[in-house]
Design a protein around this ligand. Structure first.
Ligand code: BTN
Length: 324
């Protein structure tokens, strides 16, 4: 009911009477009044005037609740059906997998939390996820897609985050293949895509996205490697996780819809390559126990990195760790 009231107040942009709200929603005026009270507690500034009703003055900034997140996920043509919010989780990826396995809620959806105590990174690493200092989110998807193609969604998400950050802030958000978002040489965001399977069948895909928004001290180990929006933008006070969340969802939807048309990256790859800092550089590719150096030439529509070796031959790299 709170979201419906919010939507009506937003659409109208002026006073809406308690009588009209209660009639439209089929609830008592006392119930409307109670819901308005709850919205105010969540940080919505709602003016009330005798004989006129309620008017939405402002929405909370950077204040994550299921309500504010749902609101951010609601835009014209939005595909997002469910938002799961918790203050603390082991990992949003783990929670997203539980959601899929238990058949809880609807897809596509997103799991978001304020703090992860067991944040997961690539290659079995952890992911530092302090309270309130990042957007720790996982997209919950059940696409009609061959399991082999699931990893391409990582690149789709990378492109979406790069576009989202550049849309909101005047900073260059480049991509380090396959999926790190890098600002001025330091990592701003990491992405971890995982699959859920049942009896060898892929039942869903979770795309975990961790954007460092408010971290200002990464500690000795990460200081030279990691960054955050608060450290990069001109006005750190204005960094707003809800805005970032909304922009990421919108950009992801747009990229995802194009991806699903062809089930590869052909409609996205030009923009991806234009943002990719790996391309045009000499890279070191570590594959299991072996490593080699090569020139990165481009990323292809399958998401593989095309490299040229010392002897002039070319090959693609599909997994492994690449450093520029
Ligand atoms: C990487 O190693 O670069 C990937 C990091 C992915 C971190 C995000 S934070 C939200 C989601 N939940 C997790 O446990 N991991 C991903």
């Amino acid at each position: 009911m709170k979201s419906k009231i919010l939507r009506m107040l937003k659409e109208r942009q002026t006073y809406v009477s308690g009588e009209e709200l209660s009639a439209q929603l089929g609830v008592t005026r006392a119930a409307v009044w109670k819901a308005i009270g709850k919205l105010r507690e969540e940080g919505y500034e709602i003016d009330s005037a005798t004989n006129r009703g309620y008017r939405l003055v402002s929405c909370p900034r950077d204040r994550m609740t299921r309500e504010t997140l749902l609101d951010a996920a609601t835009y014209d043509g939005s595909m997002w059906k469910e938002i799961y919010y918790a203050k603390q989780l082991d990992s949003t990826n783990l929670e997203a997998k539980r959601v899929l396995l238990e058949g809880r809620g609807a897809e596509p959806g997103a799991v978001v939390c304020e703090q992860q105590f067991s944040g997961r990174g690539r290659r079995g690493r952890g992911w530092v996820s302090p309270l309130g200092a990042g957007l720790w989110m996982t997209l919950v998807l059940r696409p009609n897609l061959e399991p082999m193609k699931a990893s391409m969604l990582t690149l789709v998400a990378g492109l979406a985050v790069s576009r989202a950050v550049e849309e909101l802030y005047e900073i260059p958000a480049t991509i380090k293949w396959p999926n790190d978002i890098v600002v001025h040489g330091k990592k701003l965001c990491g992405i971890l895509t995982e699959m859920t399977t049942e009896e060898m069948r892929m039942t869903g895909i979770v795309v975990g996205i961790g954007v460092n928004t408010g971290i200002t001290d990464f500690g000795e180990e990460l200081r030279e490697k990691a960054t955050s929006l608060a450290l990069e933008v001109a006005k750190p006070d204005e960094v707003d996780r809800l805005m970032v969340f909304r922009a990421v969802l919108r950009q992801f939807q747009s990229c995802y819809e194009q991806f699903m048309q062809t089930k590869d990256l052909s409609l996205l790859i030009d923009d991806y390559n234009a943002r990719c800092i790996t391309v045009g550089h000499r890279v070191r590719v570590e594959e299991g126990a072996s490593a080699f150096e090569a020139w990165a030439q481009a990323v292809d529509a399958q998401g593989e990195l095309l490299v040229r070796l010392e002897d002039g031959t070319s090959r693609t790299v599909c997994a492994g760790e690449v450093s520029v």
